[in-house]
Structures are given as structure tokens and as C-alpha cells.
Design a protein around this ligand. Sequence first.
Ligand code: ZN
Length: 399
Amino acid sequence: MKLVVKYRINPTPEESEVLQKLGTYATKLYNTDNYIRREEWAKTGKIPNWYKQKKRLKNNHWYKLLPSQTAQGVIKSLQDAYNSWFKLRKTDEDAGPPMFRKNNRLSPLTFYQQFVIEGDVITFRMSKKFRKETGVDRISFKVNKWRGIEGIPKMCNIIFQDGKWIVHVVYEVPEKPLNNNPEIMAVDVGIVNLATTVDTNGNSTIYSGKGALSVQHYFNKEIVKVQSKTKKQHNKKWSNTLSRMCEKKKRQTNQIIHTVTKEVIKEAQRNGVGTIVVGDVKNIRKGKHWNKKASQKLHSWGFAKLISQIEYKAKLSGIQVKKVSERDTSKTCSICGMVKASNRKHRGLYVCECGNKMNADVNGGVNLLKKYLRENNISRSIGSVVEPSIWRCVNVIPS
Ligand SMILES: [Zn+2]
């Protein structure tokens, strides 16, 4: 299983200069590649594939200044951009091909075999040509907050982001054997509350979605503003600023999803959970009867991502994950079993004629848990659900 770990590095001015050079070369290679692609597109209506481009650019000045796999990574990233443009063109005829990067922009640097990790030090090897021109054959960094991952580092990416140098290391890590603990915990995902957990002992936690919502609101508003400005001033639909804003929105949302899923797994471990039950993502949108606007939000938030992160982090912790259909789980009373759509009341409360009055997401979570037990013929009662604890994502300030 793959695990991505982010580390911050603090290069000296000399090292920073090396990284800046590499980032600039990568941008130049990207633009050269893009130039050739655009010309070929104009002439033939076809885009060269990346093997062909790799071959063509093999002796290019910028290519040779970069470690060879870093150069290939640049070409691959442009190929990916062209592939998404190809898809987009089918529905949006105004969509333009990938743009050129500003010359002073530092492109990300990908390393496969040309890096090595020893203790908390990462070393990157330079290309022959770079060595010849600058006398630098490698640069090493002691990383901040080393996490000592037990795995094999397969790939890494150096990114210059908001004035900081960040290294993403992709590890191949072994899965943990299942802990086989008896307790079962259901996780209900939603908009107002990102996740709501209920376990067989009656423990329950609500993971508030307020932080994620404010990030969405903030960026959606800002994006609309910049969009209309771009349209007015440059008569363009899209700009690099807009791409960067979308990137930021995604990054901050992902950060929240990452934090929430981590907390969910911690809770499972604390409560001796061996099985986590989640709703089947494919059915989430159908089952919940959300209006169109809400389901668009749902889509853009990537709840699939939330569930896949739970699955993945559970695997790392020896907890198995099972899926059940979410059908009717939000409409059913978890106490008497009556199914009534109108029972899902506003302000997050589920109110039933039988006297049941509980948080609607907790009610959904109990139903999910009961459904799993029923479908798997597990005879276990669920302890009476205590008042759920509320977890909020603090220090999320969209900016
Ligand atoms: Zn009821």
C-alpha cells in the first residue's frame, strides 16, 4: 500500500539556488514541450504521445540539466494536462489547451531513483550536465519533523509552495494484520457533519463540517469575483490565478479531510474497534435525497475521498472496512424502524412519532450499523447511544 508523507525542508541560500535552477529548468522544458505540442496540434490536429516527446526532447538543453527521471516527469505532467483537456473539449468547446508557464515559475520536481533517504536526511543526485556546469553533484536536506515511516521510499516530489519548500515522499508500506477486535463502528458521511460515528458500545462522535464549509464558501465567493474580473479585463474565462485558487481550495479541503479521517481512526483504536462500516459511495447521492445544489457540493468536496481515506488509514491500523448500502438509512427511525422521509427534520434533528428524537446523522449512523449487523447475521445489541461528542476542525482559516 502507498503512503504519501509531506516534509518541509529548509535549504541554505546556496541549496535554494540549486532548487530554483532546477525548478526553472523544469518550467523551460515544460514550455518547450508545450510549444512543440501546440505546433503539432495546429498542423495535424493530433497531439504527440509522451513516448515520442520523451525521445524528441532527450537531447534538449533543459532536459539534460535535469535528472533524467525528473525531466521525464515534466513531460508526463504536460501529457496529463493534455489528456484532461482532451476530455474537457468534448463538453466545452471553448476550453483551451494547457497554457505556458510563466518563466519565473518553479515547476515541481519529481525524483524516482535519483534520491536516497538515510535517517532524516534526503539526498538528491544531479544530472551529469548539471554537475559539469555547476560543480554540484548532490544536495542533502535534514527534514523537519521526521516521521520514521517503516516502508520503502519509491518516489518523491519537491514543490515550492507559498514561499516554502515541501517534499512529498511516496512510500510503499506493508499493511497491518487485522486486529480482529469485536467492536464495530459505523461512519456516516455528510455535509453539515463530515463524519458521524456510532459504535456497538453506544459511543458516538460528530465531526463537524463547519471548517470545510467555510473553506468552500470563501473560495467559491473569491473565485466568482476573480472570474468576472478576468472576463471584464482580459475577456478570458480562465487564468493562472484562478487555477491557483482552485488548487488552494482543494488543498485546504483535503487538509480537513485528512485531519478528520485521522481522528476517526484514532477514535476506532481508542474504542477497540475491529470493523468500520461505511456507506457505499455509489449510492450516497441517490439515497440521501439531497437537492441538486447540495449534491454538487457533495461532489466537489470529494466524499469519495473521505471514505477512501478512512479505508486506507484503517488498513494501516489493522482495522477492516465493510460497505453497506445507505438506502433509507437517513429516513428510517433507528428506534422503531419506521421509514418516513418527512421524519428527517431541519436543524439536524430526527424526530419520530415513537418519541425518538436524536441527531439525524447519529440516527443514520445507528441505522448503518444495524444494517450491517443484520446483513451479516451478527446478533449483537447496540448499547444505548450516549450524547455524541462534537469534534471541530480548529485553526482552519481559509486564505
Ligand atoms: Zn420511531
